[in-house]
Design a protein around this ligand. Sequence first.
Ligand SMILES: Cc1ncc(COP(=O)(O)O)c(C=O)c1O
Length: 473
Amino acid sequence: MAAARDLKATEMAGAEPGDDAIELAKRHLIQPWPFAGSVGAEARALIGEGDGIYITDSTGKRLIDGPAGMWCVNVGHRREELAKVMYDQAMALSYNTPWYTMNAPSAELAMRIAGHAPGDLSHVFYTTGGSSAVETALRFMQFYNNVRGRPEKKLILSRGGAYHGSTYLSASLNGRPRDRDWMDGADELVIKLSSPDPFRRPRGMSLTAFTDFLVDQFRDMIARVGADKIGAFVGEPVQASGGVVVPPDGYLKRIREICRDNDILYVSDEVVTAFGRLGHVFASGDVFGIDPDMITFAKGVTSGYFPLGGVIISERLLEELRRSNHPDAMFGHGLTYTSHPVGCAVALKNLDLLEEGVLAHTQAVAPYFQAQLKTLEELPLVGEVRGMGLMGCVECVADRESKDPLQLDKDVGKRIDAHCHELGLLVRPLINMCVMSPPLVITREQIDDMVGILHEGISRTMDDLRKEGVWRG
Ligand SMILES: Cc1ncc(COP(=O)(O)O)c(C=O)c1O
């Protein structure tokens, strides 16, 4: 014990509170998704300020915030309205216990969220973010089936390319390459299906045939495992961190119908797509024409100004519980920060901003954003540019024929990001891809700047790869 204390004191020597943040981070901070070889010993680009679609790094360089933080700063940085409402709410009521009491902003927000949600989604359970929202939806499914006397109906269907969070159960659903290589999970509870990624569909297969293939696979899996064993399907309408995978037309509707026919709850994970990213408060109904049993949300609900998430639950499910033979069965689930008054007050103001113009603006600029990004396909390193609303992805390949995702050279996304950073744009690198989801307030001129920088960043990356002999495009 004493030895451990001494070691800590030695390691901390020199790390005074006034030290440069980069040094302090290297000594004391663990950042998300670290490699074992650098865990607790690295510092990432230090960001000091944000304003609109821009952030400024520690060297004073102004950058376009390409990923809007983590797909979340939807109404842009430095919105005084949001800062003010946060201050006012904290001064009025900074916190109340959700176990025995409640607050008005959470109830008002639930009403407004339900008003935007599709189908009979009527009630909101608030969480602290997206992982806890997915976790809550799944624990609710388990509880629901226990109360209905179906304790065997608990398996969860998920897909390749999915990202649903970093808590144990939500992370077990993840299907992106490498996410789970060194991590445990509740694998006995999860069944993985194919990603609905049209770019990676089997060679020579038409889009219609691909959709049929996905739907047949879904149906066959239910037949094989048994609908009486499957509790829920969880899916992002557009797989975000998996590389902005826009599913083929009609696919989600068909999956929704199969779920309904088999008494499998459809959980639409809208942690990224909700609150404006696709030009609507929720994409499930307004963009894809589906009415899920539950929708999870987070991120854009407060434009990232406060950690808040939640799950919206169907009135039908709640009514079934109320009428059950077990009126005293308890949903033993709650978080200290459920229904946080400050978070909910910020979310209400954020929703005002979306309704009063940001959604309309997003709908107006999204086609331009997509068209401009698409021009990057003229670069030979780019295999495909795809997207929807204000989400976009540039996927690089060694050659377009084989669609080899440059497995031999894993840093293509990072290389592009490094060049773009130099040029004034932050992008989010994902292996051989770069994803973009700028603040929704971005203008046409700013889109031109962004795409111009990307063009140059990718061109410089191509030069580097050629020089190193890694690529011959
Ligand atoms: C679709 C989706 N679901 C869930 C999550 C997890 O959200 P959080 O990081 O807020 O826990 C994310 C995060 O990126 C996400 O993209």
